[in-house]
Design a protein around this ligand. Structure first.
Ligand SMILES: [Fe+2]
Length: 336
């Protein structure tokens, strides 16, 4: 830890020159804080890197023989996305940040007690972070928890307008450049069992749920960071990634993102539109290798006593896409 590291909860001054430092914590352990990074596999790492830097506007923080590590401009941590070369597109793991090293020991105990083996990785085994634990969730996803992540600092690189006009005759940014990653959505054969695990073992809170006619959960939205969701689970194949989502600050940024995607020939999957669930504004689209991305803004701030909102299958269209009132086939069936 650098001697001049700010106390927990305070931000680094972005005008400072970057100094790599470890995270600092004070106070009692608080469990899982938020999504840390998503690790996906890609079949063409150069193409993927070109897209995530050139269109999304992420910054490369490290490269290894088979991987590229990237972060958004307003993120302090070493990376929020890892791209690893593999022969098929998929998801390696989801990594969530915990507050304190003691949280790792506590959650390791809870996951073990639940009956799932936990692997401990020591400092240096994974790039940019200290000790971590890994385990499989009931949905067959590899989950990582880590407290100590290298801080590389924000770059305050909010792009001004691009120097060249777009096809629309007005100036737009040339990259989407979201300030940070926001949440992810995974697929599970048994949404109910998985949701129970995330709630009972890992301490997630359910903000919204989508039920079928028999009262079974088709989708659940779970949070740790007092946002509408840090993680959502929908019915589908075990181990699947439906999408990960970037945060944008406002609706105008969503509109600009649509312009930038269109300008770069990236076909939109859905949107721009609004979700009924979360109330957020959104666009879905695919990276060039087939992983679904989302940009997301808005939504509500759930109070600690926020009741779980329940949607039923007969209203699934409005729940997911509030304006259209219906789902497209691709959205339901395609994931990586
Ligand atoms: Fe999402």
């Amino acid at each position: 830890m650098a001697p001049d590291a700010p106390p927990d909860g305070q931000r680094f001054d972005p005008s400072d020159s970057r100094q790599a430092t470890r995270s600092t914590v004070t106070g009692p352990p608080r469990g899982i804080l938020r999504l840390g990074h998503v690790d996906v596999t890609v079949t063409d790492i150069d193409l993927a890197t070109a897209y995530y830097t050139g269109v999304m506007g992420m910054e490369v923080t490290a490269r290894t023989e088979d991987s590229v590590y990237l972060k958004c401009w307003d993120e302090e941590d070493h990376h929020s996305l890892r791209l690893r070369y593999a022969s098929r597109v998929g998801m390696d793991l989801m990594s969530f940040k915990v507050h304190h090293e003691d949280d790792l020991a506590d959650l390791e105990k809870k996951v073990s007690r639940f009956g799932f083996p936990v692997e401990r990785l020591s400092r240096g085994e994974t790039l940019g972070q200290g000790e971590s634990i890994r385990f499989s969730t009931p949905s067959g996803h590899v989950m990582e928890l880590v407290a100590d992540v290298e801080k590389v600092g924000t770059s305050r690189r909010r792009e001004p307008l691009a120097p060249e006009p777009s096809d629309l005759g007005r100036m737009v940014r040339d990259q989407i450049a979201p300030p940070r990653m926001d949440h992810m959505l995974i697929t599970a054969e048994e949404v109910g069992d998985s949701t129970q695990f995330f709630m009972d073992v890992l301490g997630f809170r359910i903000t919204e749920q989508l039920l079928d006619g028999n009262g079974h959960q088709l989708g659940t939205w779970l949070e740790r960071s007092h946002s509408p969701h840090d993680l959502a689970i929908v019915h589908g194949t075990n181990g699947g990634l439906h999408h990960f989502a970037y945060w944008l600050d406002e609706w105008d940024d969503v509109r600009d993102a649509a312009d930038i995607l269109a300008y770069n020939g990236i076909q939109l999957d859905v949107g721009p539109t609004r979700h009924g669930i979360t109330r957020g504004s959104t666009i879905y689209f695919f990276d060039p290798l087939g992983t679904r991305n989302e940009v997301f803004t808005g939504g509500y701030r759930p109070d600690p006593d926020f009741p779980t909102l329940t949607w039923t299958e007969d209203n699934i269209g409005r729940a997911i896409f509030y304006y259209e009132g219906e789902l497209n086939d691709r959205f339901m069936k395609v994931h990586t």
